[in-house]
Design a protein around this ligand. Structure first.
Ligand SMILES: [Zn+2]
Length: 429
């Protein structure tokens, strides 16, 4: 396969320019100007497009096993492919929870049978995400987890959180933490403030998140091991992480497209489809997240793709489950909200979607360097399109971006040298 005429942006090898990309035997073999097509080589024209390493999302919920009405490994990986993601790390809050080696083996077996992209899983930090007993980290690592997380259920016990960091650190894997003190949630998970008041809710303050972020970076300092903070939503949390990095603490962090795009005012228009955990916050928080992404305090962009059925989201703001689908709108939001206004350069933006997240969980992914697996995303940075959830490949349609016009659209996704998505269609064979 020869990808010809595109603008190659590969942050990992600091390459930016007009190059052709040759793929052979599932690997990248050459990235050079003006390559000539060989006999029998399939040529993909990428004129006016950007050719990037396949995107890596280190935070998705594919709901498999247990909640496959919302999503499964097949539908989730189709949504990922349509969004330009060639690798994704699934969270452990399935039913059963991914908390034993047997569950991890089953996950990889199902992924081998069903997934179009490279799928990985974390293992739970505590059995059943109950925050009480640590899982067998060594056995889970042996089975193939890329980190440990109780995402959705913060580990409240600090002694346990410390031990988790030590055990994971000794195995060379990160603890990936969802920060939010459950004891500070007043009635439901919306931001405490003017919008909540208008809706007749009390909600949760950013303090619930900030306390937990502060504790986790202090535990990282105490233990000397890496902690990764998920979906940062608060200005104070950004400031804490920035100070921690300045102090040399091993902390990495991610932000989701919804948290750098929307405020809690979206609840007034989109109701439960704008309810997520941590919640949408204020203008000042959005500005701080953008700044944090720009100055490197927030290392990576991750979607927290969290599908729910229409019936569940129809339960009203108090009762509806938290989360939105994110894979198919991520690139458009990154380009429209961060690159076009000049907050991130194209190189920075692609780094936050490729080699940086891959490094956080130790995956050898996210580069177009010769010898790398041929995972490639080709996108049109200029194409404008309007978000229509009925066009999603995800089983779920819960998004607060319906009707929004975005710039930047994925044209072709290649995984291990195999074309899996092109011009709006999934290619299964
Ligand atoms: Zn979470």
């Amino acid at each position: 396969m020869l990808i010809r005429g595109g603008l190659v942006i590969d942050p990992a090898s600091k390459k930016l320019g007009s190059y052709d990309v040759r793929v052979r035997d599932r690997k990248i073999v050459a990235v050079e100007p003006n390559l000539t097509a060989l006999a029998g080589e399939k040529v993909i024209a990428a004129d006016n497009y950007i050719v990037a390493p396949g995107f890596v999302d280190i935070h998705v919920h594919f709901r498999d096993p247990g909640f496959t009405l919302k999503e499964d490994l097949a539908s989730g990986s189709r949504a990922a492919a349509a969004g330009g993601f060639t690798s994704a790390v699934c969270m452990a809050n399935t039913d059963p929870v991914i908390d034993t080696p047997e569950q991890v083996y089953k996950f990889y077996q199902r992924a081998a049978d069903l997934a179009l992209i490279n799928l990985y899983t974390v293992g739970a930090v505590t059995y059943d995400l109950a925050g009480e007993t640590l899982t067998d980290f060594e056995a889970l690592k042996e089975a193939g987890v890329v980190g440990f997380s109780d995402d959705g259920m913060p580990v409240e016990n600090s002694a346990l959180a410390r031990e988790a960091l030590e055990r994971a650190g000794q195995l060379g894997l990160p603890v990936i933490t969802h920060c939010g003190q459950l004891s500070l949630v007043a009635d439901t998970i919306v931001n405490e403030g003017a919008v909540a008041k208008q809706l007749g809710l009390k909600g949760m303050p950013t303090t619930a998140e900030d306390i937990h972020v502060a504790r986790d970076v202090l535990l990282a300092q105490l233990t000397g091991y890496q902690v990764h903070i998920q979906h940062v939503s608060s200005a104070t949390a950004v400031a804490i992480i920035r100070a921690a990095k300045t102090a040399g603490i091993k902390v990495t962090a991610e932000a989701g497209p919804h948290h750098f795009t929307l405020t809690d005012a979206a609840l007034l228009e989109f109701g439960p489809n704008a309810k997520m955990n941590p919640p949408l916050r204020t203008e000042a928080d959005v500005a701080a997240i953008r700044q944090g992404l720009a100055d490197g305090t927030l290392d990576a962009i991750a979607t927290d793709h969290a599908p729910h059925t229409e019936a569940e989201k129809a339960a009203g703001l108090l009762a509806a489950p938290c989360g939105i689908v994110g894979l198919e709108t991520a690139l458009g939001l990154v380009w429209t909200e961060l690159v076009k206004p000049g907050i991130l350069s194209p190189l920075q933006a692609i780094a936050k979607l490729t080699n940086i997240p891959a490094n956080i969980v130790g995956l050898k992914k996210g580069t177009l360097a010769p010898g790398a697996d041929a995972d490639i995303t080709i996108f049109d940075p200029h194409e404008k399109w309007t978000v229509d959830p009925d066009q999603f490949f995800s089983k779920s349609k819960n998004t607060p971006f319906t009707g929004r016009t975005l710039s930047g659209r994925v044209k072709t996704t290649i995984v291990g040298g195999r074309l899996i998505f092109t011009n709006g269609r999934i290619i299964t064979e």
